[in-house]
Design a protein around this ligand. Structure first.
Ligand SMILES: Cc1ncc(COP(=O)(O)O)c(C=O)c1O
Length: 394
């Protein structure tokens, strides 16, 4: 009896593993299978999100050494033993730095988006989200009981059309979800237009500032603050795994929103809080941000240089609208993922950390290299990379 059961379980495990293997084989055949490769190479970095070099900065490491961290782990959820005065002090600083009323930490940007969208919009509400929104926003929306519709990327006219088509008489709150700067295309959302539209329609604008936090604004407060739109935006998601060189995220908004998330947001409640080391790193990074104006200026200058240099290479196209994150397309090529991978491999062999982005991360047919510029890159590195890409696409 026992043996029969074991045999059955064994067989079903085999068939399940077979099913998983078939799905992987399908991706392999399509050229879209993902693989893990250890980072930390000696290649020139045109890939990481460490825009200002804070993850590797001496100043941040020195500041971290000065911090007294009393435990390695936070030991529990914020609602149990994982809270601390340092964590709360950081949240108070985040709220004032980003010109908001209150801030609540999450363990990652992914958790913050999941935690906001799955908790705040409820049944009867409607969420309109930009079709290029990050997976974490889409997953949060999937976890919500609200009805959701995408609108064409950065197209406020399409958003208005869709909103009109929806029977708003029956609807509760209407949310509009966008990113300040899109992670795959490097283009900015038309935030002024969106804010004006949401104000006119009485909808709630939610902005993911993953790729603008630390970079835009006088002190790196983000694009919403730079544009003076903090009052018109219902909530901002500010992440720390990119320009802040660390990890975690915060939702910034009204104090009542913070209280609500503490009570209803499952990715906040049911998880071990960020460790004291991360709280210390974030506290130090936020002290450094106002001192990094020269780095921000250098980053934007290099970003423009990369765009003009690569657009001068026959066979490459970098859209004019991209900033900091630059998709590089190969007009006229038909073998999408394979071509992008081959060019990326050539760049890697020449010492540049350059990654291909293929479906399903981006829609099939829009495969690209994704180049990220950092304040610590140099003009010489950009020119050398352009030469390598020129040779690779010949
Ligand atoms: C736009 C956007 N939002 C959210 C996230 C998730 O942030 P985190 O890496 O902190 O989970 C990312 C990261 O890739 C992102 O690009």
């Amino acid at each position: 009896m026992q043996d029969d059961r074991r045999l059955l379980v064994g067989m079903s495990q085999d068939s399940l593993l077979q099913r998983l293997a078939q799905q992987l084989a399908k991706r392999e055949a399509e050229g879209t299978r993902r693989h893990l490769t250890p980072s930390g190479s000696t290649c020139v970095d045109f890939s990481s999100n460490d825009y200002l070099g804070l993850a590797r900065s001496e100043a941040l490491r020195a500041a971290l050494h000065r911090e007294v961290v009393e435990a390695a782990g936070s030991t529990g959820s914020r609602l149990l033993t994982g809270n601390s005065t340092a964590t709360e002090a950081l949240e108070v600083h985040l709220a004032s730095f980003h010109h908001g009323e209150a801030a609540l930490l999450f363990n990652s940007g992914y958790a913050a988006n999941l935690g906001f969208f799955a908790a705040v919009p409820r049944r009867g509400d409607i969420i309109f989200y930009d079709e290029a929104s990050h997976a974490s926003v889409k997953d949060g929306i999937r976890g919500s009981f609200a009805t959701a519709y995408s609108f064409r990327h950065n197209d406020v006219t399409d958003l208005a059309r869709r909103l009109q088509r929806t029977n708003l008489m029956a609807a509760g709150a209407v949310f509009v979800a966008v990113e300040a700067l899109y992670s795959m295309d490097g283009d900015q959302a038309p935030l002024r237009e969106l804010a004006a539209f949401c104000q006119q329609e009485g909808s709630y604008l939610v902005v993911d500032e993953a790729h603008t936090n630390g970079l835009y604004g006088l002190n790196g407060e983000g694009l919403v603050a730079e544009l003076g739109l903090t009052e018109q935006v219902f909530a901002r998601v500010l992440t720390f795994g990119k320009a802040l060189g660390s990890q975690g995220a915060a939702v910034v908004g009204a104090a009542v929103l913070r209280d609500f998330l503490i009570n209803f947001s499952r990715p906040f409640i049911y998880t071990t809080a960020l460790p004291p080391t991360t709280i210390a790193a974030l506290t130090a990074a936020y002290q450094l941000l106002p001192t990094l104006a020269a780095e921000r200026q250098q980053l934007f200058a290099l970003s423009d240089l990369l765009k003009t240099t690569l657009n001068a290479v026959p066979g490459l196209h970098v859209p004019e609208v991209s900033h900091v994150i630059h998709p590089v397309f190969f007009p006229g090529t038909t073998d999408g993922p394979t071509h992008v991978r081959t060019v990326a491999q050539a760049a890697q062999a020449a010492g540049f950390d350059v990654r291909p982005i293929v479906s399903p991360t981006v829609p099939a047919g829009t495969e690209r290299l994704r180049l990220i510029v950092h304040s610590f890159n140099t003009e010489a590195e950009i020119l050398a990379l352009a030469d390598v890409l020129r040779a690779a696409v010949k």
